[in-house]
Design a protein around this ligand. Structure first.
Ligand code: URA
Length: 435
């Protein structure tokens, strides 16, 4: 692979990281560039990713690594526009339909929200998969369509282009199959390289901690949030991160059409309190970052401006916001096995159940069912009685129900008294910004 014209031998870069050294700027620039043009083999990059996973990276080393990833493709500067521009990125959770409400809400408050989203993989859902449940809606937009919609509506949620940080696309696929996804420097550089390449200047991060998240402990999530906030600052971006709880799903609905329906309830001024709380917290941070901190986003939910913006956003992408959403042929209601207090309704277990019902994909190219999903009928902390509904399983394929039932059975705990249940932690655990 690496011929005589190459500046370094990949094996020397791997050895250096394996032995705990800081990679030099020249080594970093070379290895990312050489990997992008196939001059470093996948097996060599896998070994380097594992060495980074095990030994980490110094902050300045990570900043250089991220800059090299950005430089592996074009940097699409967002043109100056009348409204200030700001986006949100979530590290992924179960029942996370926040973007669906947040993008039109923040646009209704006067900012422009260009949101390049992805499709889901594994137990966390993808925003594009949820929106695709709306009849006629399309994710793929040309760059001109994207810009025009951002100016006319103020919010766009569309498919992320393939040209952004191409080194990340190759590396992420490799990490997925080599056990090197859950590494703070690799996740931070992967997420931030794409956001920097998009040309964003203000970004709010929702970094999730808990069983349904990449980062299960608050300490890991905090480390990831600090790394991403630092990378933003190193690249001239204003970034604030909220650490948020992902021990149990957000809201009641987990899937695609069922999550759109729940997001529309929030846009109509109702919906689950946790979804409303997190949406308003993130909206407040986004507005403050772009100088609109005196605008109260709760007003735009109450008076219907966010809903108007949602409808315009969906119509602009070919969807009919008032059309009925598709529904599943099978609904299986699971009953509460005992009376007491629901102490745990585990996010990962619910995510796996929804995925087994068909709401998520196992491979990047797989298809998802718009109608499959899980609807919780109780949340942790609720007093419950044996025989009352615990959860509804929605699917078009009854053969999938048993797998989902097994996941749910592992994910709940009912205790006899409230004082035996763990004390619930707040939804927003911490705010992290550059000092
Ligand atoms: N999302 C990304 O884009 N990259 C990661 O490494 C993890 C989540």
């Amino acid at each position: 692979m690496s011929g005589t014209a190459e500046r370094f031998a990949a094996v020397d870069v791997i050895r250096a990281k394996r032995d705990g050294a800081r990679l030099t700027d020249e080594q970093i620039d070379w290895v990312i560039d050489a990997y992008t043009r196939d001059a470093v083999a996948d097996e060599q990059m896998s070994a380097l990713a594992m060495a980074i996973f095990l030994n980490g990276m110094a902050p300045d080393e990570l900043a250089r690594w991220t800059a090299a990833m950005v430089a592996s493709g074009p940097r699409t500067g967002l043109p100056a526009r009348a409204r200030p521009t700001v986006d949100k990125h979530s590290t992924g959770g179960v029942g996370d339909k926040i973007t669906l409400v947040l993008a039109p809400l923040v646009a209704a408050c006067g900012a422009a929200v260009p949101h390049a989203a992805g499709r889901g993989l594994g137990h966390t859902g993808g925003t594009l998969d949820k929106l695709a449940a709306i009849p006629g809606w399309r994710a793929e937009l040309s760059a001109d369509e994207f810009e025009a919609q951002l100016d006319s509506v103020g919010a766009v949620v569309g498919a992320a282009g393939d040209s952004l940080a191409p080194a990340d696309r190759k590396l992420y696929a490799l990490r997925d199959v080599t056990g090197t996804v859950e590494s703070v420097p690799l996740i931070a550089s992967s997420i931030m390289s794409k956001k920097i390449a998009e040309g964003l200047s203000a970004l709010v991060l929702d970094v999730k901690a808990g069983s349904g998240a990449f980062m299960e402990t608050v300490a890991q999530a905090r480390e990831l949030a600090r790394a991403m906030v630092g990378l933003g600052a190193a690249h001239g971006m204003r970034v604030v991160a909220l650490l948020t709880d992902m021990a149990t799903p957000l809201g009641f609905a987990v899937g695609n059409a069922v999550e759109v329906a729940e997001a529309v309830e929030v846009l109509a001024g109702g919906g689950p309190p946790d979804v409303v709380e997190l949406t308003l917290a993130l909206a407040g941070e986004m507005l403050a970052l772009v100088g609109l901190g005196d605008v109260d986003p709760a007003d735009a939910l109450r008076d219907g401006r966010a809903m108007d913006c949602w409808r315009a956003m969906i119509r602009a992408q070919g969807g009919e916001p008032r059309a009925p959403l598709p529904t599943a042929r099978e609904r299986h209601v699971v009953l509460m096995p005992a009376s007491g207090v629901l102490a745990r309704f585990d996010a990962r277990a619910v995510g796996v159940a929804a995925w087994r019902l068909g709401a998520g994909r196992a491979r990047r190219t797989g298809r998802v069912s718009a109608v499959a999903g899980v609807v919780l009928r109780a949340k942790p902390g609720d007093s419950v009685r044996a025989g009352q509904p615990l959860v509804e399983l929605h699917t078009d394929d009854p053969a999938r129900v048993d797998g989902a039932l097994a996941a749910i059975a592992d994910g709940i705990e009912i205790v006899g008294h409230r004082d035996m249940a763990p004390t619930s932690r707040p939804l927003v655990l911490q705010r992290i910004a550059e000092p």
